[in-house]
Design a protein around this ligand. Structure first.
Ligand SMILES: [Ca+2]
Length: 397
């Protein structure tokens, strides 16, 4: 469905609705069982696969068995030799690293072996005016080491402003080569999530040149940015294209008691700040909990909030307990969540690794089914979960 909402209409709608009250602790997902769980029996945890990272934020895989990882203060690193060697990449653009901003996500183009392309999101500007930017460059290794070449900003979020919060910004790519970017609404600019002439609080679909993708739902519509894929987001920090299901999934930091999992459909409005579970962190009311039919309701909601910041589908055979489940990294929740589905409906939530007392920024699943967990701390690290090798079978008599 294709819809647009003018800012003024949205503001008056929210004023009209503000006299209603909501019960902050009730939501339609309360009956879904939630439990703490031990790691599946065949899973081995390496708590210190790569250490010495400062606030690792995003990670992706190079096709040759290497890895790239971002550190929010502004460094990009290549991991080689299965975690033994970590090298800094030179040639990054100027990054405004302050509060929640800095170097954020990284995505390796599937044809990296041929075109060398990677994409980065980062906060650009200064304390007076800043925004999320999408950067494209070639990641190459020359005689000096790893470096970025031919780099350029291919997209800038608008409007730029003076905050330090809710930059987003994850990257994902679908089978058509469409580049999705999840962008936050910059916190106290919540109404911009409904403003179709701004890219605050939106998920975009771009070409690798940063232009609106050809099949986008709002192309050719007056008063709507053609790069918008979906709108009404607060701070979506998890985004993944599921190539098997042909679905785009996102988690976003909601208000207090309103973190959401969303199945992202083109042209849908996910409601923020008009329709949301939860309340302001200051305690005040925001929107209505129940979405009317022309808004997309979340697939799942966490009450209380856990700050979901990254997600990855597990579709490998090597850890059967998690097959076809959605893994979610949480910051304040300090847990790795596995959601079990019946079709598109969540039917069970299990929470792992809670006893470690660590903030998890991102979870990634490698091509062999290994799981990488980015631990958010100034002395941060990447943990690795792998299926244990089967015991050697006894020699035949
Ligand atoms: Ca929502």
């Amino acid at each position: 469905m294709r819809r647009s909402f003018l800012l003024s209409a949205c503001l008056s709608a929210s004023l009209l609705l503000s006299s209603h009250t909501i019960a902050a602790q009730t939501h339609p997902f309360e009956s879904i069982p939630v439990s703490k769980a031990e790691l599946p029996e065949n899973v081995e945890l390496n708590e210190e696969w790569v250490t010495g990272l400062s606030h690792p934020w995003g990670m992706d895989f190079l096709p040759d068995g290497r890895y790239v990882v971002t550190e929010r203060p502004g460094k990009l690193k290549v991991i080689e030799d299965e975690g033994e060697t970590v090298s800094e990449v030179s040639g990054l653009p100027p990054i405004y690293a302050s509060r929640q901003g800095g170097l954020l996500d990284v995505l390796v183009h599937p044809d990296w072996g041929m075109n060398g392309l990677i994409f980065l999101t980062f906060s650009e500007g200064d304390s007076r005016s800043n925004h999320t930017a999408v950067y494209r460059a070639k990641l190459v290794r020359n005689t000096e080491g790893w470096t970025l070449e031919d780099g350029k900003v291919i997209y800038r979020q608008t409007p730029s402003f003076s905050g330090g919060l809710h930059f987003g910004a994850r990257l994902a790519m679908d089978d058509d080569g469409g580049l999705y970017v999840s962008l936050g609404e910059r916190s106290n600019q919540a109404e911009y999530a409904q403003n179709t002439e701004s890219s605050l609080g939106k998920i975009l679909k771009l070409t690798i040149e940063g232009q609106p993708f050809s099949g986008n739902p709002y192309r050719g519509k007056v008063g709507i940015l053609p790069e918008i894929w979906s709108l009404g987001h607060r701070n979506p920090q998890g985004l993944e294209w599921n190539a098997e299901l042909k679905q785009l999934w996102s988690v976003e930091h909601g208000p207090k008691g309103g973190d959401e999992l969303n199945l992202i459909e083109p042209g849908e409005n996910y409601g923020w700040p008009l329709y949301t579970y939860g309340r302001r962190y200051s305690g005040g009311k925001i929107g209505e909990p129940d979405s009317p039919p022309n808004f997309a309701a979340p697939s799942y909601v966490w009450v209380p909030s856990l700050s979901p910041a990254g997600l990855a589908w597990y579709q490998h055979e090597s850890i059967p307990a998690w097959k076809d489940q959605l893994l979610i990294a949480t910051l304040n929740g300090k847990t790795l969540i596995a959601l079990e589905f019946d079709g598109k409906k969540v039917v069970r939530e299990q929470r792992y690794l809670s006893d470690l007392d660590l903030r998890f920024r991102q979870v990634k699943v490698g091509k062999q089914g290994d799981i990488f967990l980015l631990v958010d701390a100034s002395k941060g690290k990447i943990m690795r979960l792998s299926a244990k090798l089967p015991p050697l079978s006894p020699a035949a008599p």
